[in-house]
Design a protein around this ligand. Sequence first.
Ligand SMILES: *Cc1c(COP(=O)(O)O)cnc(C)c1O
Length: 229
Amino acid sequence: MDPDLATRLHEVDDSIASAARAAGRDPAGITRIVVTKFHPVTLVEQLHALGVRDVGENRQQELTAKSEAARGLDGLRWHFIGQAQTNKARAVRAAASAVHSVDRPRLADALDAAAQPGEPRLDVLLQINLTDDPGRGGVAPAGIEALAEKTAGCASLRVRGVMAVAPLDEEPAAAFARLRDYAARVRTVVPDADWISAGMTADFAAAIAAGATHLRIGSAITGPRPERG
Ligand SMILES: *Cc1c(COP(=O)(O)O)cnc(C)c1O
């Protein structure tokens, strides 16, 4: 066990609690997801031993491999936070408790079609592009209501809210303020879709101030990521 892992986890959790109190929010309303991408499954095991139950991955193959290797860890929830290909929808669905990155109708359809009989509804978030660059992933804001309606119409999916990554060239507070408005637009379609997945190592305090309910924090907790192979 890396002794610094526990220290970093507790430091981040303390920062989350202070940012929540500063925003007049209850820290208990915030889910801290530890992003374990590129790290070995042994790190997931260590995090689990420290009480972590929510972990995130951004590539389907890594999600599938690690979730299988970590199958014995009680109560662990995998959040898929990366770009998903429609032909990998079954694999994503088999491994993930929640998919944060639904950004197009075809992906909603593919995840819906991948449901097996009797399988519970899959929690999904609509990923919103906070930049003007269509290559950055996420639905453009103009398409939010249409994607929400489409996804809400998929019987095996449950729309929980929105997800976004802050742009590189803008103050995160300004970008997350827009995200909060976009979340409200989703709730005009799905009234109980109250999750806001936002905030990474560099900007989680700003995300908490803007109402984030789910933080996706990697390197502040895990340490630097190994080179990807
Ligand atoms: C890698 C990743 C994170 C975590 O990034 P850190 O800066 O290491 O906290 C969060 N969200 C997404 C979508 C990611 O790909």
